[in-house]
Design a protein around this ligand. Structure first.
Ligand code: 13P
Ligand code: SF4
Length: 331
């Protein structure tokens, strides 16, 4: 899957679609708005993309809200400004619509951690188990899945199975461990992790906590356990955003990708948000390099040329749709 995407990107580069010069007189923001209207397109953006891309999106949300919005849109074209598995999910829900994304190389370390052949072998070792897959996985993995979940609804989805059900959870072991601890389950976990969330430094967060004793640590469940232990609140991006708005506190150390800070600052301009530092970073924040592949220039070109497009076989769409629909029914 990844190789194919890289190959397609190379072809597009050769054909001049990616380096296509944009005349200076063009106002990209206005052109995006015009093209969107002309083509009856909707721009869906995740909280981790750059602020200007969030601001031009018709809808910004977490993975669950974006899938729900993709399910209800009447637009002819969905422009997904996020990462590939999100655009794939939108395509699976809307096989008749054109789904495009600004950069085909915008992958996800979690999705890439579970190549389908290896996952099939893993699944075969646990006969009689149902598979719950975190939405951050490939369409191929979704075809091997009983029900999909996101970090917003994972507890609810897991609890929809009887207490003694045999369950496999993947690809995120950190989210899986966290859900096991909340639900008392013992799901078998695939050994994958998010390259952004596994990088937070407990030591550096602890130092920040000393520096700002009145700040609360909030974290995404993709973080490793030691970071989660420091957190006052754990939740999906949308849940973290909701928490800071409702909380009486006015200072937060935020252990998730720094793009979410844009919406937090917009919603609570008087509150302070400190990005949790990672082990290696010198900049004090953590960016998802995949999410940050999106840019205004690429968004404009993708809307103008209607490429790159997400394409999937009918067989994959049919098989992958069921576990997504089950999730949407329960959510
Ligand atoms: P949510 O926005 O669903 O919390 O997911 C975070 C994430 O890592 C998306 O890739
Ligand atoms: Fe994937 Fe992590 Fe980036 Fe989310 S932040 S898209 S889980 S690599």
């Amino acid at each position: 899957m990844e190789l194919n995407r890289n190959k397609i990107t190379t072809i597009l580069e050769k054909e001049g679609f990616i380096d296509e010069p944009i005349p200076k007189e063009i106002n990209i923001v206005e052109e995006i708005k015009r093209l969107k209207k002309e083509k009856n397109a909707i721009i869906l953006g995740h909280y981790y993309i750059e602020a200007e891309l969030q601001d031009i999106s018709d809808f910004v949300g977490d993975s669950l809200a974006l899938a729900q919005e993709a399910a209800r849109t009447k637009a002819d074209i969905i422009v997904f400004v996020g990462v590939h598995f999100m655009a794939e999910t939108a395509k699976i829900i809307n096989p008749g619509k054109k789904v495009i994304l600004p950069d085909l190389k915008a992958g996800c370390s979690l999705a890439e951690s579970a190549p389908i052949e290896e996952f099939r072998k893993f699944k075969a070792k646990y006969p009689g188990h149902k598979v719950i897959s975190y939405i951050n996985c490939t369409a191929d993995m979704k075809t091997e899945t009983d029900i999909v979940c996101t970090s917003s609804n994972a507890v609810k989805i897991v609890e929809s199975f009887p207490k003694d059900a045999k369950l496999i959870f993947g690809p995120d072991k950190n989210l899986g461990n966290y859900i096991n601890s909340l639900t008392g389950r013992n799901m078998v976990l695939w050994d994958g992790a998010c390259m952004v969330h596994e990088q937070y430094s407990v030591e550096k967060i602890a130092t920040l906590m000393e520096e700002y004793p009145d700040a609360e640590v909030i974290a995404h469940p993709e973080c490793e356990k030691p970071v989660l232990l420091l957190a006052k609140f754990i939740g999906s991006t949308a849940q973290l955003l909701n928490y800071v708005q409702k909380s009486e506190k006015d200072k937060f150390i935020v252990a998730t990708e720094s793009g979410i800070l844009h919406q937090m600052k917009k919603a609570c301009p008087k509150k302070t948000f400190i990005p949790a530092p990672s082990i290696d970073s010198t900049c004090g924040c953590n960016d998802c390099t995949y999410m940050k592949l999106n840019s205004m220039r690429k968004l404009y070109l993708c809307l103008k040329n209607e490429i790159p497009e997400v394409t999937l076989s009918d067989e994959v769409i049919e098989k992958a749709r069921k576990p997504i629909e089950r999730m949407l029914e329960i959510s």
